[in-house]
Design a protein around this ligand. Structure first.
Ligand SMILES: NC(=O)c1ccc[n+]([C@@H]2O[C@H](COP(=O)([O-])OP(=O)(O)OC[C@H]3O[C@@H](n4cnc5c(N)ncnc54)[C@H](OP(=O)(O)O)[C@@H]3O)[C@@H](O)[C@H]2O)c1
Length: 264
């Protein structure tokens, strides 16, 4: 959907990809409502969107607080009038072993990365179907296409998003609602710093994969055509995106390479 003149509610907009995408959408003429937990940083995103020439406002939101989401969706609708595009970017990473990660931490990752996005979509999309137009944009990642050590629950949540969104798209193919999955490789953001370890503490440092990654601004620039064209899925990144294809056609070789080189 062409974002020009459209109303966009975007989560994960305090930093990284979400912030850059909010500004990119504002530059393309969209009115944005930006969400996540840290209000002070949301206000910086609002200022950047306004600098880009568009109307913008902020709504604080914790995706882990499931009970608050219906009220937040109503506030978002009141604020924007009509939500044309829901861009679900927010997410939390993981740096903990599959068997050692505490259940509460594993559940939190699913609560934010899978359920938070899915519940918002279930609250916002019925109005889009009723109008016969709208778009759900979900940021997943290459770990939604293959697994990697110390990312088991994160990778599982991102795989689950692919399954859910692909199924949703097929339930009403002619209804005018586009479902677009953006699948970045490595992007230089705070994701690894905030990623949760076995016990739920932040990993606290930027990993080499993120350090080598594309900038969030480049990721946002390359996301815009996929959003505008309503593509079902778009890979965005560097050579690591080739891993998605290699894993499909030659999984044995891909696993060998992953073990030799690590995940970054
Ligand atoms: N960077 C990469 O290499 C990469 C690669 C593939 C996919 N991704 C995906 O890209 C998306 C954005 O991540 P990023 O790389 O831009 O990292 P980031 O800079 O850490 O951004 C994460 C965003 O999610 C928000 N968030 C985290 N927990 C939340 C919660 N409980 N409720 C609401 N918002 C929450 C954060 O805001 P608050 O802390 O203010 O809530 C922040 O705005 C994520 O879904 C991530 O999985 C990233």
């Amino acid at each position: 959907m062409d974002p020009k003149g459209k109303n966009v509610w975007i989560t994960g907009a305090t930093s990284g990809i979400g912030r850059a995408l909010a500004v990119e959408l504002a530059r393309a003429g969209a009115r944005t409502l930006v969400s996540s937990r840290r209000l002070d940083r949301l206000e910086e995103t609002v200022a950047a969107c306004r600098m880009a020439g568009a109307e913008a406002s902020a709504l604080a939101l914790d995706l882990a607080d499931a009970a608050s989401l219906p009220g937040k969706a109503r506030e978002a609708e009141r604020s924007l009038g009509r939500i044309d595009i829901l861009a679900a970017v927010a997410g939390v990473g993981q740096r903990g072993a599959a068997l050692d990660t505490e259940s509460a931490v594993a559940r939190r990752i699913f609560e934010v990365d899978f359920w938070g996005t899915v519940e918002l979509a279930r609250l916002v999309l019925p109005a889009m179907y009723a109008r016969g137009g709208g778009q759900l944009v979900v940021v997943t990642g290459v770990l939604g296409k293959f697994g990697a050590p110390r990312r088991s629950f994160y990778s599982a949540a991102k795989h689950a998003l692919h399954g859910w969104c692909d199924s949703l798209r097929e339930e009403a193919p002619g209804a005018g609602v586009e479902v677009t999955l953006l699948v970045p490789g490595w992007v230089r953001t705070e994701i690894s710093e905030h990623a949760l370890d076995d016990g739920g503490a932040p990993h606290g440092r930027m990993d080499p994969g993120q350090q080598r990654g594309i900038t969030p601004e480049e990721c946002a620039r390359r996301s815009l055509p996929a959003i505008t064209k309503g593509l079902p899925e778009q890979l965005i990144g560097g050579i690591e995106c080739g891993g998605v294809y290699l894993n499909r056609i030659w999984p044995g070789l891909f696993r060998k390479m992953l073990r030799r080189r690590g995940i970054g």
